[in-house]
Design a protein around this ligand. Structure first.
Ligand SMILES: [Zn+2]
Length: 154
């Protein structure tokens, strides 16, 4: 999988391919320690984890509200990978507010939050399950994997 190239070594690409091909029951316990997520884009991490767990997905469905980052057709599930700053991850240390031009920022943030909410509402209306993955969650791949399996299902 090309997307995996950035975050795993070459020997691991083959390993993860084999793992994806042969789904095992203990997919939750796979060792995620080799994922160097520090300099990897959050979306790439999520795709890598999903792939590793054997989920099949599509990217960027332009026909769906909000253009979800990842779509799992089989589970009718849409995943948004949100930056904590722009999409306002409540209680997160990355969710800061610049001290200058506060009025601008606050209205910008309010707009983003409202738009996200509206997109999720539309998707749910069309029978889609929505999952929001926060940028900061991708720094803890093992925890995130467990959460994804729990939310998506087996
Ligand atoms: Zn966050």
């Amino acid at each position: 999988m090309l997307l995996g190239v950035k975050i795993i070594s070459v020997e691991n690409i083959e390993t993860s391919r084999k793992m994806a091909d042969h789904l095992t029951k203990d997919r939750r316990s796979w060792n995620m320690s080799r994922i160097r997520s520090k300099d990897t884009k959050p979306e790439t991490v999520v795709r890598f984890l999903l792939h590793k767990m054997g989920y099949r997905f599509r990217l960027y469905r332009k026909d769906l509200p909000g253009n979800p980052d990842i779509v799992l057709p089989k589970y009718r599930t849409a995943i948004f990978v949100h930056g904590c700053f722009w999409h306002r991850h409540k209680g997160c240390k990355r969710c800061t507010t610049p001290s200058t031009n506060q009025k601008y920022w606050l209205s910008k943030f309010a707009y983003n939050i409202a738009r996200d909410k509206e997109n999720r509402r539309k998707l749910k209306q069309e029978g889609w399950k929505c999952i929001v993955v926060w940028e900061c969650e991708t720094k803890k791949p093992e925890l995130l994997s467990r959460r994804l399996v729990r939310l998506i299902g087996n």
